[in-house]
Design a protein around this ligand. Structure first.
Ligand SMILES: *[C@@H]1O[C@H](CO)[C@@H](O)[C@H](O)[C@H]1NC(C)=O
Ligand SMILES: *[C@@H]1O[C@H](CO)[C@@H](O)[C@H](O)[C@H]1NC(C)=O
Length: 380
C-alpha cells in the first residue's frame, strides 16, 4: 500500500498539482485525461527503488483494502507499463513485442534495433495516441500496420532506414517526424486526408526535387514543414499552401525564382540559410506579404534581396556571410511613410564584403534600435 501511495503521488505531481482527489478511481481518470496533452514526461517517475515495473505488491498488504482496480493486466517482458504508457526503450529489441495492452495510449520503442513494423504488430491498439519508433533500424512498414489507429497524434520515425513515407498513415496525425532516414521519394497521396498535421519533419534525407511526386502533398493541411539537410536544388512548389513555417536550410538551392513562393501566402517564417542562393528574383517576396522572419545567411547573394522594403511585418532578416558588396538606403525600409507595421528587430549583414562605413544610417530608419543591426565582421 505504501508503494501504491508513493506511485500515485509521483504520478499526480506530473499531472495537475493541486486538485484534491476525491477517490482513487477519480484520480486515475484525472491522470489519464491529462495524458492527452501531456505525455512527454513519462520517464521521470520510474526511479524509485521498488519501481513501476512491478508497482503493485498486492500479496503483502500492509494496510487493508488495496485500491480496487487493475489497470495493467499485461505488459511485454522487460517493458514498464503504467497509466496506459508502455515504455520499452533501450532494450535491444529486434521486433515490436507482443502483449501490448489494448488500451495503451503511449508506446515508447525508441533506441532499439527494430527492423520492421509488421501487419499485426500494432493490431488492436485503437487508443494509441503516441508511437515512438525513433532510433531503430526500421526499413519496412506494412501498409496495414496502422489500420487500427484512429487516434494516433504523434508518430516518431526519425533515425531509421525508411526509403519512402510509410503508406496509409493515420489521418489523425498532428506530428510526423522522419528525420534522418533514407527517404528519396515522397509518393503521390502520401499524406492524403491528414487535415490536422501541425509538424512535418523530413530533414536529413537524400531527397531531391524530382523525388517529390506531383500530388505528393495533396489533401494535406500542415503548418510547419522542415526539409533541411536534403538535396533540394530549388524551393519545392507543391507543398501545402497552408504552411506558415518552412525550413529548407542546408540544401543546394541556387535561386529564389518569381513563382517559387506563389502558393505559400500564409508563410510567416522562411529558412533558406546555408544554401547556394545567388539571386532572389524581384517580385518573388511580394507573394509572402505576411512574412515575419527570413533566413538567408551563408548563401552567395550579391545584393540585398529586392522587395524587403514592402514587407510590412518583416522583423528579422539574416543576410550574414554572403557576397553583398553594397547596401542602398532604401533596401530595407520603404519610402512610403507608415507602410511598415512592425519594425525590424534583427538585421544581420556581417561577413559580407560591404564597406560598412559607407552604409547610410538612414538605411535602418525602420528598426527598433541600434541593437537590432549586426553589421561588422565581429565573427572574425
Ligand atoms: C522493495 O520490495 C521488496 C519486496 O517486496 C521489499 O523486500 C523491499 O523492502 C522493498 N524495498 C523498498 C526500498 O521499499
Ligand atoms: C522590382 O520590381 C518593382 C515592381 O515591378 C520595381 O518597382 C522595382 O524597381 C524593381 N526592383 C529592382 C531592384 O529591380
Amino acid at each position: 500500500m505504501r508503494e501504491c501511495v508513493l506511485f500515485y503521488f509521483l504520478a499526480l505531481c506530473s499531472a495537475k498539482p493541486f486538485i484534491l482527489p476525491p477517490k482513487y478511481m477519480a484520480m486515475t481518470d484525472l491522470i489519464l485525461n491529462d495524458m492527452e496533452d501531456d505525455n512527454d514526461d513519462d520517464d521521470e517517475k520510474d526511479d524509485d527503488d521498488n519501481n513501476s515495473l512491478f508497482p503493485f505488491k498486492r500479496n503483502t498488504p500492509i494496510r487493508p483494502t488495496p485500491p480496487p482496480f487493475d489497470i495493467f493486466p499485461t505488459c511485454p517482458f522487460g517493458c514498464q507499463c503504467y497509466l496506459r504508457v508502455v515504455q520499452c526503450s533501450d532494450l535491444g529489441l529486434t521486433a515490436i513485442p507482443n502483449k501490448i495492452p489494448y488500451d495503451t495510449r503511449l508506446l515508447d520503442l525508441q533506441n532499439n534495433k527494430i527492423k520492421e513494423v509488421k501487419e499485426k504488430d500494432l493490431q488492436g491498439l485503437s487508443s494509441l495516441y503516441a508511437l515512438f519508433l525513433n532510433n531503430n533500424k526500421v526499413h519496412k512498414v506494412h501498409p496495414k500496420a496502422f489500420q487500427s489507429m484512429k487516434k494516433l497524434r504523434r508518430l516518431y520515425f526519425s533515425h531509421n532506414q525508411l526509403t519512402e513515407i510509410p503508406s496509409n498513415l493515420p489521418t489523425s496525425l498532428a506530428e510526423l517526424r522522419i528525420h534522418d532516414n533514407k527517404v528519396k521519394k515522397v509518393q503521390k497521396g502520401a499524406f492524403k486526408g491528414m487535415e490536422s498535421l501541425h509538424v512535418l519533419e523530413m530533414s536529413a534525407n537524400p531527397l531531391e526535387n524530382d523525388g517529390i511526386e506531383p500530388g505528393a502533398f495533396d489533401g494535406l493541411t500542415v503548418y510547419h514543414v522542415r526539409i533541411a539537410e536534403a538535396k533540394l536544388t530549388s524551393i519545392p512548389k507543391g507543398l501545402p499552401s497552408s504552411i506558415y513555417e518552412l525550413h529548407l536550410d542546408h540544401n543546394k538551392i541556387s535561386a529564389v525564382e518569381l513563382e517559387d513562393l506563389l502558393r505559400y501566402q500564409e508563410l510567416k517564417r522562411l529558412g533558406l540559410g546555408h544554401n547556394k542562393i545567388k539571386e532572389v528574383e524581384n517580385g518573388s517576396l511580394s507573394n509572402i506579404p505576411n512574412i515575419r522572419e527570413i533566413h538567408l545567411e551563408n548563401n552567395k547573394l550579391k545584393k540585398v534581396p529586392p522587395g524587403l522594403q514592402d514587407l510590412k511585418y518583416l522583423q528579422v532578416i539574416f543576410l550574414h556571410s554572403n557576397n553583398i558588396a553594397k547596401v542602398e538606403v532604401n533596401d530595407f525600409c520603404s519610402t512610403t511613410p507608415k507602410l511598415k507595421k512592425s519594425l525590424y528587430s534583427g538585421i544581420s549583414l556581417f561577413g559580407n564584403p560591404v564597406k560598412y562605413w559607407e552604409v547610410q544610417p538612414a538605411t535602418f530608419r525602420c528598426t527598433l534600435g541600434r541593437n537590432s543591426i549586426h553589421l561588422g565582421n565581429f565573427r572574425k
